[in-house]
Ligand binder design. Structure first.
Ligand SMILES: [Zn+2]
Ligand SMILES: [Zn+2]
Length: 329
């Protein structure tokens, strides 16, 4: 998960970054990178020098230079917060990454002015009118220079930080929660799509089913509807009907468990993705094989599994909303 933070002057960007840091994010400030480069060059990191250094680096090495430097340092950190982003081009290396969000902080100008004064960031001599003018200057600039208003326009989330610190923290928690849900949903979508692919190998056309068993995002086993290995298939010799069911096939989820058993793969605590919810017999088998989460893309007949799953602490997840390809969770 990568969160980039930007926003107007004294809108609470540092507080937001610090809060995320306290929640386990590795924090990198693009301004700190600039200061570090200034020091390496033996220069005083004055505001003027830093602005011109930033422009120079973007011209010489491309807009994403500082971000790439930060990503190099952050290697191995699953959660990163990048602050002091000033230019849309700086986000090119991360903008299309899964689990990325650009968060813009803002607050009414009067509140920001009071905060900046209280923290001594601007002196007594800066009037409210001057503060507003400084804002406007910061907002625009040549393409490779600071260009906050274009950056703000591309934000995924806008937080109005006009309340207490606790309120800001709650708003940030909501952002992190939504990325987490989305990340989870996209993994579910990914494995369910694989289960659908597995289903195309089914040999009983009464129902094409596929199953994929996964733990820690690793596929442990797969299965599809088919006969006993080596025996003829329904699509060769016809179905073996009994009470409206075809008895020739072993169900996809059973085959996935059998494949794991055959190969000595431990599936305890895993998730199974099945294109259709399990029948009662398969459900019992999955529970006792230690599967903790059952995801299905279509509910199939047996409603007894709903109550039973709750009783035994197995999570049933309806992923039918992914059918048709719109995977928004
Ligand atoms: Zn059949
Ligand atoms: Zn079954």
């Amino acid at each position: 998960m990568i969160i980039a933070i930007t926003g107007t002057n004294a809108a609470g960007k540092d507080e937001a970054a610090q809060y995320l840091e306290s929640k386990g994010f590795a924090h990198f400030s693009l301004s700190d990178e600039l200061r570090e480069i200034a020091r390496e060059r033996g220069k005083d990191p004055t505001r003027e020098y830093l602005v011109s250094l930033g422009n120079e680096l973007r011209r010489l090495y491309g807009k994403p230079y500082l971000t790439e430097r930060v990503l190099n340092k952050a290697k191995g950190n699953p959660h990163i917060v990048i602050s002091s982003v000033r230019n849309p081009g700086e986000l090119e290396p991360v903008a299309s990454t899964e689990g990325f969000k650009l968060v813009v902080l803002d607050a009414p100008a009067e509140i920001r002015y009071q905060r900046a004064r209280a923290r001594g960031r601007i002196g007594e001599e800066v009037t409210f009118e001057k503060f507003i003018r400084m804002d406007a200057e910061e907002m625009s600039g040549a393409e490779s220079e600071q260009n906050l208003h274009r950056l703000i326009a591309t934000a995924d989330v806008r937080i109005v930080n006009d309340g207490t610190l606790e309120e800001l923290h709650r708003k940030l928690d909501a952002v992190v929660g939504s990325i987490r849900r989305r990340e989870r949903a996209s993994w579910d979508e990914y494995f369910m799509n694989i289960a659908k692919q597995v289903a195309t190998r089914s040999t009983c056309d009464r129902k094409f089913c596929g199953a994929v068993i996964v733990r820690d995002r690793v596929i442990l086993s797969t299965g599809y509807n088919g006969s006993i290995s080596g025996a003829p298939h329904c699509d060769e010799v016809g179905h073996m009907m009994e009470n409206g069911h075809c008895m020739r096939t072993i169900h996809a989820e059973m085959n996935a468990v059998a494949q794991a058993a055959k190969n000595g793969v431990n599936i305890h605590g895993s998730t199974i993705y099945i294109t259709a919810s399990p029948c009662w017999t398969c459900f019992k088998l999955l529970c006792n094989a230690g599967i903790k989460r059952i995801c299905y893309s279509e509910f199939y007949r047996d409603e007894r599994i709903i109550e039973a799953a709750e009783q035994v602490g197995v999570e049933l997840v309806d992923l039918s909303r992914f059918v048709g390809g719109d995977g928004e969770a």
